[in-house]
Ligand binder design. Structure first.
Ligand SMILES: [Zn+2]
Length: 342
């Protein structure tokens, strides 16, 4: 099976075309012919090397959309030919955490393209319970742009951020995958949305997605604009994934009792904390990592009804996966980058 994979972690040049064995389909498994797979910063981090065990040679890509090619002997819920998505967040389904609906805490929690083989190849397999039938509401490329970013942004705003109608929400990086999803989810929840964007194209995208106040961080201090627009109060929630370079400024943006929810650190993970600032202002910093299967089903329903919209910047054919990694690394994107598999 044709794949673009890597046999050792490192720079973009470790990605190579490979001929790898077709995944073996067990009785409860479904084999999917991949049509499209979203690319995420997670794929860059896995390629660069994380302190976790990954199968080698490794195939990245966790937002897998395709058609069912084959089903295991005990699978009754899915039929060959169906258009499906493979859930990016896979709990075991039978442990205490999974039963509580907190699958990201499952000891066997698995993400395709990270702990297991992903979708930058012709065929991917998953247990039938992680196979989600898709409607015709969106194309395979559009569906593949959605699950990880909308799931993460949903859990950040709703579960961790406890968003309420009328809240003020600041979303970092309007044109990023998580940013473009979070703007829409915050608007849908009835919040006023502040966001940051560093050039005219990204600012236009932010407005098109429904952001109320778009801040050019090259021209203005984000905290100054937030304070001015909120009469000195600050925002209830900051959706953060940039890390070190914006940390201090983002804390300044928070209202008393506000929540900073973080799911990434693209400019560096180590930051300084002055505890006095935390307890006197009763602020919370909350980590978010993907979300639950229930949350995934919720965002897919809202996407299906077109209350939320995938934001596709551009696609690359699978053979150009290296170029796609470079494009994301250079932070050029306006929304999501999706890999098309011929
Ligand atoms: Zn479990």
């Amino acid at each position: 099976m044709y794949a673009i994979a890597f046999a050792r972690t490192g720079g973009i040049d470790v990605l190579e075309p490979m001929d790898l064995p077709l995944p073996e389909v067990g009785p409860g498994d479904v084999l999917v012919r991949v049509l499209a797979c979203g690319l995420n910063h997670l794929d860059l981090w896995v390629r660069q090397g994380l302190p976790i065990q990954i199968p080698m040679p490794h195939i990245g890509g966790c937002e897998i959309v395709g058609e069912v090619a084959e089903i295991g002997s005990s699978v009754t819920s899915i039929a060959p030919g169906q258009r499906v998505m493979i859930a990016p967040n896979q709990g075991c389904g039978h442990c205490r955490e999974c039963h509580r609906g907190n699958d990201p805490a499952c000891p066997e929690f698995s993400i395709p393209g990270e702990h297991a083989q992903g979708g930058f190849c012709r065929f991917a397999k998953a247990p039938a319970r992680h196979i989600i039938p898709l409607s015709e509401s969106w194309s395979p490329v559009e569906w593949a742009a959605a699950p990880l970013t909308f799931l993460t942004a949903w859990s950040m705003l709703h579960r961790h951020g406890r968003i309420q109608p009328g809240d003020d929400v600041l979303v970092q990086g309007a044109a990023s995958g998580v940013g473009s999803a979070a703007i829409q989810i915050a608007r849908l929840a009835g919040a006023r949305v502040f966001t940051t964007a560093g050039n005219a194209a990204k600012q236009q995208l932010a407005r098109d997605l429904g952001a109320d106040i778009v801040i050019d961080y090259n021209q203005h201090s984000v905290a100054d604009v937030v304070k001015k627009e909120t009469q000195g109060r600050g925002v209830d929630i900051v959706v953060e994934h940039v890390g070190k370079s914006v940390w201090k400024d983002m804390l300044k943006c928070l209202a008393h009792g506000g929540r900073l929810v973080t799911c990434g650190a693209t400019t560096g993970p180590k930051v300084e904390i002055d505890l006095r600032f935390f307890f006197t202002r009763e602020i919370e910093v909350v980590g978010a990592f993907m979300g639950t299967r229930g949350e995934l089903d919720q965002v897919l329903k809202l996407l299906d009804r077109k209350l939320l919209h995938p934001v596709v910047d551009r696609t690359f054919p699978l053979a150009q996966l290296r170029e796609a990694h470079q494009y994301l690394e250079d932070r050029k994107q306006l929304g999501k980058v999706v890999i098309e598999v011929p």
